[in-house]
Design a protein around this ligand. Structure first.
Ligand code: MGD
Ligand code: MGD
Ligand code: SF4
Ligand code: MO
Length: 883
C-alpha cells in the first residue's frame, strides 16, 4: 500500500519540504517537492530528487558490532556505558568526548549534549558544525549578543541587490539559488554580485564577479565601510539609536578603493562598481558561506560584512540583511541545543555563570560542566595525545572531513575506545571503531530539523528501520540510563524531548534570549505529528513564529544595541612559499554530499563529476607540465592525493581547487583532508579549510585504463583506482606504476573472482602500443570490459556503460565493442548534464545543432533538461554558447 507523507530533505540547510509516496512492501518511494513548504514551494535539486535511490539496504549498518563481531543491542550498549563510566571514574570527565553532527535531528542532538555537559559533566561535546558555521556563530554573538540569522528566504524576492560572498549557492544551496534566479528573471534590475576567487557556476546570473585573492574579504568589506562613510551613504540615525562602536570600526577601516583593489588583486573599477551599487541600493541581502567562515580570520570577516549592514541600518527589514547560509540540514538545530563545545544549551553558554546555574537547575544536573570543552581540531589532538581516552562519534566522518586527516586517523587508531554511530557500514571512520552502533537514517527516523532561515520542519519516518537500526536519541538515552542517569533520560519518544527542549528555551527567558520555543513547551503528540514548518521564535509574542528579528532595532547585547567590531584584516596564517607555492582551495560539487556515504549510492549522482579532480589555471598547467585529463599528485606539508587535471581560466593563477568528497571507499588516493592545514580562527576555532600551501606535479603511471563491470569488484592492485557506481554497472578508473607480466592474467584475476561458470572472452592486444582490451560475456550478455591504453587513446565510457542495461548485445554492438565506439548510426549521449532527467551533453549538443535552439528555456522545452532543479542551467548555457 502506498502512503503519502510530508517530510524534509536530509541534505542541505535550505531545508526543502518533500512529499513522498512510500510503498513499504516494495521498499520503494517516489519523491516530489512539497508545494506548500515555504523553503522550496515544490522545487527540489538533483540530490533531493534522487533520494529514492539512496534507501537501499546494501551497505547499511544493520546490527551493532563490538570489536568486529555482530552482537545485540544489550551487549553493545552495556559495553559503551561501562567503558565510558570506567574511563570517567579513572581519569575524570574530560577524558571522554562526543563528536556530533548537523546530520542529527534536534532531539538526538539535545540528549547527546545533555548527557555530556549536564550529566557526565564535561564540555567535551563538539560537532562538525565547528568546521562549518562556528565563525558565523561567533560573529553573530559579537554583533548581536545572540546567534541570530535575522532574515528569511522571502527577502531574496524583495531585494534590489544580492551579494554572494564565498558561497557557491548554485551547487550548494540550489533551491535558494533557483529562487534568486527566478527573482532576477522577474526583475532584471536586481543586481547580483559574486565574491569568490573562483568563477563558479553561481556567476551565471551575476552582474559582477569579484575574483578576489584568497582570504582577502575583510579588506574588501572594510573598504566598503570606508566608502559608505565617504559617500554619505550611512544611516546616521540608525547608528546613533541602535548601535555602538561605529567610530572605532570606521577608523580601523580607513582604506580607499585603490588600496583595496591592490590588496585584493581586483580591478579598481570593479571594486568601485560594487561599492557604488551597495551604496545606492537600500534593499541589499549579503549571503555568505564557507569562503568566509572557513578562515583563520572567519569571525572578523563575518563582522566586517555585518558592520556594513549596521552602518546602513539594513537589517531586520524586508529585502535586506546579512544572511549566513547554513550548510547541513540541522546545523541550526545543533546551535539551538548547544552542540558546540563552548555552548551549553538553548543559546546559553559557559561564559555566563547564571546560564550554567539556570541549565543545571532545569536539568536537575548536580554535576554540570563548568567550562567549555575542546573544539573539534583540539579535540582530536587531545585524543592523539591520550588525554581523551574514549570518544563517541555520531553522524560524521572526521577521518575525511577534518583537516590534517591522517593525524585524525592515527588519533583514532591510538584511542582506547572509539564508538561510532552511523547508518552506513563501511566508512573511513567506521573502519576504526571498536563499537559500531546502527543508526536509523533518513526515511526511518522521526523528529525535527531547523533550516537557514530558522524554520523548524519535521522529518518523518517513511519505512520500518533497516535491520536493528535505532534512532540516535534512543541509542544515547539507553547509554545514559546504563550510566546511572535514568531519571534525566526517561523519554519514550521524540516529542517528549522536543517539549523539554522548548521548555528550556523559555525557562527564565523573559525576552533575554533570542531562541525561544516556549509556545511548544506543552505541544501534544498530535500537534507534533502535524507540526507545520515554523520559524522561531515561537512564543507568546509570536505564536505563529517570526520571519525577521531586529526589525525593532533591539538586540540581545547588554545595552540592547548592536556592536560594530573594529576589524584589522589578517592574511591567512600559512601562505604559499618556495616549496609549496600554490593555494589549495577545497569545496563542493553539485551532485555529491560530503563524504559520499549516501549520494554515491545513487547512480545518477555519480555521472556529473565521476572522478576526483583538480582545477587549475592554464598558466599553472603550463608551468608544471600538466596536460588536461592526465593525473597529478598534489602535496602539502601534511599529505598528498591524486586527481585528474582540469585546466580552466575560472581559477586564478596560483590557486588549486579540489572537491572535498572522495574517501578511501571510493578512491585509492582522493582523501583531500589529509592535505589541509589545521590552522583555526582564534575566536571561533573554525579551521582554514580554503587555504593550504601546496604543490602539484604530473603523476606518470606506466599504464592507465578502466573497467566496467555488472558486478562490484575488489580492485586493490593498482596505485590509482576510483570506483563509480552507475546504472546497472560499476566503473573503475585505474592506473599503475608497474606493468603486470601479462595483461590477460591480470584481467582474469581482476574480473573473475569466485566464478564457477565459464565465461566467454573477446580480446584485442597491441603490446607495441601498450593496448589491451577485453570483454567478458555470459551468453550474449555483457559482463565486463577492460580497456588499457594511453590516457588519450581511451574511448569515452558512456556508450560502453549503456550496454550493461541490455539483456543481450546484437551482432553490430559485439563487433564494435572493443573499438569502444558505437556502431554507425547509434548515438552516444555523452557526459550526463541534467541529473534529474538523465540528459547527456551530446544529446543537448545535437538538439541545439539540429533544432537551432537558442536559449536554455528552449532546450528545456525540447529535452526537459534543466527544468526541474535547474542546477545544470549554467552548463546548458555553456553548450549553447559553444554552439
Ligand atoms: N551539493 C552539495 N551541497 C551542499 C553540501 C554538499 O556537500 N554538496 N554541503 C552543505 C554544507 S554542510 C555546507 S557548509 C554548504 C557550503 O556551501 P558553500 O560555502 O557555498 O560551498 P563551498 O564549495 O565549500 O565553498 C564556497 C566557495 O568559497 C570559495 N572561497 C574559497 N576561498 C575564498 C575566499 O577567500 N573568499 C571568498 N569570498 N570565497 C572563497 C570557494 O572557491 C567556493 O566556491 O553547502 C551545503 N550544500
Ligand atoms: N577541506 C575541507 N574540509 C571540510 C569542508 C571543506 O569545505 N573543505 N567542509 C566542512 C563542513 S562545512 C562540513 S559540514 C563537514 C562535513 O563532513 P562530515 O560530517 O564528515 O560528512 P558527512 O558525509 O556528512 O558525514 C555524515 C556521516 O553521518 C552518517 N549519517 C547520516 N545520517 C545519519 C544519522 O541520522 N545518524 C547517524 N548516526 N549517522 C548518520 C553518514 O553516513 C556519514 O558517515 O566537512 C568539513 N570539512
Ligand atoms: S536544495 Fe537540494 S539538497 Fe538542499 S534541501 Fe533542497 S532538495 Fe535538499
Ligand atoms: Mo557544512
Amino acid at each position: 500500500m502506498t502512503k503519502t507523507i510530508q517530510t524534509t530533505c536530509p541534505y542541505c540547510g535550505v531545508g526543502c519540504g518533500i512529499s513522498v509516496k512510500a510503498d513499504e512492501a516494495q521498499h520503494h518511494l517516489k519523491v516530489s517537492g512539497d508545494t506548500a513548504h515555504p523553503a522550496n514551494f515544490g522545487r527540489l535539486c538533483s540530490k533531493g530528487s534522487a533520494l529514492g535511490e539512496t534507501i537501499e539496504l546494501k551497505g547499511r549498518l544493520l546490527q551493532p558490532k563490538v570489536y568486529g563481531r555482530e552482537t545485540n543491542w544489550a551487549e553493545a550498549l552495556d559495553l559503551v556505558a561501562d567503558s565510558f563510566t570506567s574511563t570517567l571514574k579513572k581519569y575524570g570527565p574530560d577524558a571522554v568526548a562526543i563528536y556530533g553532527s548537523g546530520q542529527l535531528l534536534t532531539e538526538d542532538y539535545y540528549v547527546a549534549n545533555k548527557l555530556m555537559k549536564g550529566f557526565i559533566g564535561s564540555g567535551n561535546m563538539d560537532t562538525n558544525s565547528r568546521l562549518c558555521m562556528s565563525s558565523s556563530v561567533a560573529g553573530h554573538k559579537r554583533a548581536f549578543g545572540s546567534d541570530t540569522v535575522p532574515g528569511c528566504y522571502a527577502d531574496f524576492e524583495q531585494a534590489e541587490m544580492i551579494v554572494l560572498i564565498g558561497s557557491n549557492a548554485a551547487w550548494c544551496h540550489p533551491v535558494s539559488f533557483q529562487r534568486i534566479r527566478a527573482a532576477k528573471e522577474a526583475n532584471p534590475s536586481l543586481k547580483i554580485v559574486v565574491i569568490d576567487p573562483r568563477r563558479t557556476v553561481s556567476c551565471d546570473i551575476a552582474d559582477l564577479h569579484l575574483p578576489l585573492a584568497s582570504g582577502s574579504d575583510a579588506v574588501l568589506f572594510n573598504g566598503l565601510l570606508h566608502f559608505l562613510s565617504e559617500k554619505n551613504a550611512l544611516d546616521s540615525a540608525y547608528i546613533l539609536a541602535h548601535t555602538e562602536g561605529f567610530e572605532a570600526a570606521l577608523s580601523t577601516a580607513n582604506i580607499d578603493s585603490e588600496q583595496v583593489a591592490a590588496l585584493c588583486g581586483l580591478n579598481k573599477d570593479d571594486v568601485q562598481r560594487f561599492y557604488q551599487w551597495f551604496a545606492s541600493h537600500d534593499k541589499v541581502v549579503s549571503l555568505y558561506s564557507q569562503g568566509i567562515n572557513q578562515s583563520s580570520s572567519g569571525t572578523d570577516k563575518v563582522n566586517a560584512i555585518i558592520n556594513c549592514h549596521l552602518a546602513t541600518g539594513r537589517i531586520g527589514k524586508p529585502g535586506m540583511g546579512p544572511f549566513s547560509l547554513t550548510g547541513q540540514p540541522n546545523a541550526m538545530g545543533g546551535r539551538e541545543v548547544g552542540g558546540l563545545s563552548h555552548q551549553l544549551a538553548a543559546h546559553m553558554d559557559f561564559s555566563n555563570a547564571d546560564d550554567i546555574d539556570r541549565v543545571a537547575r532545569f536539568w536537575g544536573a548536580q554535576n554540570i560542566a563548568q567550562k567549555p570543552g575542546y573544539p573539534a581540531v583540539e579535540l582530536f589532538d587531545a585524543i592523539y595525545d591520550g588525554k581523551i581516552k574514549a570518544v563517541w562519534i555520531m553522524g560524521t566522518n572526521p577521518v575525511v572531513s577534518l583537516p590534517n586527516a591522517d593525524k585524525v586517523k592515527h588519533a583514532l587508531q591510538r584511542c582506547e575506545f572509539v564508538v561510532v554511530s552511523d547508518c552506513i557500514e563501511n566508512t573511513d571512520t567506521t573502519a576504526l571503531a571498536h563499537v559500531l552502533l546502527p543508526a536509523q537514517g533518513w526515511s526511518e527516523k522521526d523528529g525535527t530539523v531547523t533550516n537557514s532561515e530558522r524554520r523548524i520542519s519535521r522529518q518523518r519516518a517513511l519505512f520500518q528501520p533497516a535491520g536493528s537500526a535505532k534512532p540516535d536519541w534512543w541509542i544515547i538515552t539507553q547509554v545514559a540510563r546504563r550510566m546511572g542517569f535514568e531519571q534525566a533520560f526517561h523519554y519514550q519518544s521524540p516529542v517528549e524531548i522536543f517539549r523539554e527542549h522548548a521548555a528550556l528555551s523559555g525557562f527564565e527567558n523573559d525576552g533575554t534570549r533570542d531562541f525561544d520555543l516556549s509556545a511548544f513547551a506543552d505541544i501534544t503528540q498530535q500537534d507534533y505529528e502535524q507540526l507545520q514548518p515554523t520559524q522561531w521564535p515561537v512564543n507568546q509574542a509570536y505564536p505563529q513564529g517570526r520571519a525577521r528579528l531586529f526589525d525593532d532595532g533591539r538586540f540581545f547585547t547588554q545595552s540592547g544595541k548592536a556592536q560594530f567590531i573594529a576589524v584589522t584584516p589578517r592574511p591567512p596564517v600559512n601562505r604559499p612559499d618556495q616549496d609549496y607555492p600554490l593555494i589549495l582551495n577545497t569545496g563542493r560539487l553539485r551532485d555529491q554530499w560530503h563524504t559520499m556515504t549516501r549520494t554515491a549510492i545513487a547512480a545518477k549522482l555519480n555521472q556529473h563529476k565521476p572522478e576526483p579532480f583538480v582545477e587549475l589555471h592554464p598558466l599553472d598547467a603550463q608551468s608544471y607540465g600538466l596536460v588536461a585529463n592526465s593525473l597529478a599528485m598534489i602535496e602539502s606539508r601534511l599529505g598528498s592525493m591524486l586527481a585528474r587535471v582540469q585546466i580552466t581560466d575560472s581559477q586564478l593563477p596560483g590557486n588549486l581547487f579540489v572537491p572535498m568528497h572522495w574517501t578511501g571507499q571510493y578512491a585509492s588516493r582522493g582523501r583531500m583532508g589529509a592535505l589541509v592545514n589545521p590552522i583555526v580562527d582564534p575566536i571561533s576555532k573554525q579551521p582554514e579549510s580554503k587555504h593550504t600551501p601546496a604543490r602539484i606535479k604530473a603523476y606518470q603511471p606506466s599504464w592507465q585504463g578502466f573497467i566496467l563491470s555488472c558486478r562490484e569488484l575488489t580492485i586493490n592492485e593498482p596505485e590509482y583506482w576510483v570506483k563509480i557506481k552507475g546504472e546497472h554497472f560499476y566503473r573503475y578508473e585505474v592506473a599503475g606504476l608497474s606493468l603486470p607480466d601479462n595483461w590477460q592474467d591480470w584481467a582474469k584475476k581482476s574480473l573473475c573472482d569466485n566464478e564457477s561458470a565459464t565465461p566467454q572472452w573477446q580480446e584485442y592486444q597491441d603490446p607495441g602500443l601498450g593496448n589491451y582490451r577485453a570483454a567478458r560475456f555470459m551468453g550474449n550478455r555483457l559482463e565486463s570490459v577492460v580497456f588499457i591504453a594511453k590516457e588519450s587513446m581511451l574511448p569515452e565510457r558512456n556508450w560502453l556503460s549503456g550496454l550493461f542495461t541490455k539483456a543481450e548485445l546484437d551482432k553490430a554492438e559485439r563487433m564494435a565493442l572493443l573499438t569502444g565506439r558505437p556502431p554507425v548510426g547509434i548515438a552516444d549521449v555523452g557526459i550526463l548534464v541534467c541529473a534529474c532527467f538523465n540528459v547527456g551533453e551530446k544529446t543537448i549538443q545535437a538538439a541545439i545543432r539540429e533544432k537551432g535552439l537558442k536559449t536554455h528555456q528552449e532546450v528545456g522545452l525540447c529535452l526537459k533538461a534543466g527544468t526541474n532543479c535547474g542546477s545544470c542551467v549554467p552548463e546548458i548555457k555553456a553548450l549553447l554558447y559553444k554552439g
